[in-house]
Write a protein that binds this ligand. Structure first.
Ligand code: PLP
Length: 405
């Protein structure tokens, strides 16, 4: 029997692509199983340990037998902590509209589900989803699953990998439904300043075609700020747009809790009710023990995480210093997150693309990088510095030596 013969995926899945990173990681594992020494600079997750307070909360949760269903949108204590954290980040919204409350929060299975909920609850077939490129790989495919049409807004290294107000003005049209913003960005580490966000908000406020537009502001890297700049939430920069902003965040990156799957959305009641309804008919409330851990992690002072951020900062500096020795790499120093996007087209062999280049570097130099194509930026590769300094430095050195050979 051929079990696949009768199965056809739904129409909405037909244009969705599988993760290129997974393929590359399979290759890394294959080479390692052959005894090759591979330095993996592809990881999208912190290499730090989970806060011990979160671990203790789970042990305590087990003792208390926290094994029952929780409310769809999350336990009250967690939603309150998330609301309080968001209020601290958005004092201007608080001044204009009052504190964020637990009822504005939906706790989700990672930031990913918060984004998916927001798309599924808002996008109708044929609606346009505006996505600045380079983008996080999942945005376009998620939009397609929701029968939306991704509309890519390209940026350049020269523009700091950020869209301009003019670009947004031109892109907006009658079908515009969603604008994605992601600051700090995966994969570029670019951060929008308050003024830059305000300028984008001004376009949304004044544009005749923007009346249905919802902004999904993905702020999952908010804590990982590497330069002496301040993170600014989109709602904080544009409080007058708060009725159409879904702020997405979570503990995956900020508390190194990727596997615990704790994310959330914060939005006004009309949006939050739709998101909670959707979640109630799909996945329900997230794992009860992970919620207990999240309450503990959110109770920790900011100072608890400063060490991690300064390590990321140091690693970035170490990596950039080495990478600068390859004269034809084009790059911008990332202001946030833990990635640097490298323009490596100058090193391509005839007919080669970034994927083939990454395969060659992996085979020949034993360094794994992610090609930029699935991030919407051909000609580039993404290097992650969420790895220990020694491996990172030798990976960068190997890569540069190989390119300079
Ligand atoms: N948004 C961005 C920009 C990301 O890089 C990621 C994870 O890599 C996510 C969202 C999803 O995070 P989570 O693991 O919490 O679902």
């Amino acid at each position: 029997m051929n079990p696949g013969a009768v199965f056809e995926p739904s129409r909405r899945l037909r244009n969705v692509t599988e993760s290129a990173t997974l393929r590359l990681n399979a290759k890394v594992n294959q080479l390692r199983s052959q005894g090759r020494d591979i330095i993996n600079l592809t990881t999208g997750e912190p290499d730090f340990d989970v806060p011990s307070a979160a671990k203790a909360a789970v042990e305590e949760g087990l003792r208390k037998n926290l094994s029952k269903y929780t409310p769809v949108a999350g336990i009250a204590e967690l939603r309150e902590r998330i609301a309080a954290r968001t209020s601290r980040q958005q004092p201007t919204v608080v001044a204009a509209r009052g504190e964020w409350k637990a009822s504005h929060v939906v706790v989700t299975n990672g930031g990913k589900q918060a984004i998916f909920n927001a798309l599924l609850a808002t996008v109708d077939s044929g609606d346009e989803v505006l996505i600045p490129a380079p983008y996080w790989v999942s945005y376009p495919d998620m939009a397609k699953i929701c029968e939306g049409v991704p509309r890519i807004l390209s940026t350049t290294l020269e523009s700091g990998w950020k869209i301009t107000p003019e670009q947004l003005r031109e892109a907006l049209g009658p079908k515009s439904r969603i604008l994605f913003l992601n600051s700090p960005s995966n994969p570029t580490g670019a951060m929008y300043s308050r003024d830059e966000l305000r300028a984008l908000g001004q376009v949304i406020r004044s544009h005749p075609e923007a009346s249905r537009l919802i902004v999904i502001s993905d702020e999952i890297y908010d804590r990982i700020v590497l330069d002496r700049v301040q993170f600014c939430s989109f709602a904080e920069a544009c409080p007058e747009l708060v009725d159409r902003i879904v702020t997405v965040n979570g503990l995956s990156k900020s508390a190194a809790m990727t596997g615990w799957r704790v994310g959330w959305s914060v939005a006004v009641p009309a949006i939050t009710e739709a998101l909670a309804m959707l979640q109630g008919q799909s996945t329900s409330g997230i794992n009860s023990l992970a919620q207990a851990a999240a309450v503990a992690a959110l109770g920790l002072p900011e100072s608890e995480f400063e060490g991690q951020v300064s390590m990321y900062r140091r690693r970035r500096d170490v990596a950039l210093e080495i990478l600068h020795k390859a004269g034809r790499i084009k790059m911008m120093s990332p202001q946030g997150a833990f990635y640097v996007l490298l323009g490596v087209e100058g090193y391509f062999k005839p007919g080669e693309d970034a994927t083939a280049f990454c395969e060659r570097v992996l085979e020949d130099a034993g360094v794994a990088l992610v090609p930029g194509d699935p991030f919407g930026m051909p000609g580039t590769v993404r290097l992650s510095f969420a790895t220990d300094e020694t491996s990172l430095a030798s990976g960068c050195r190997r890569f540069v030596d190989y390119l300079n050979r």
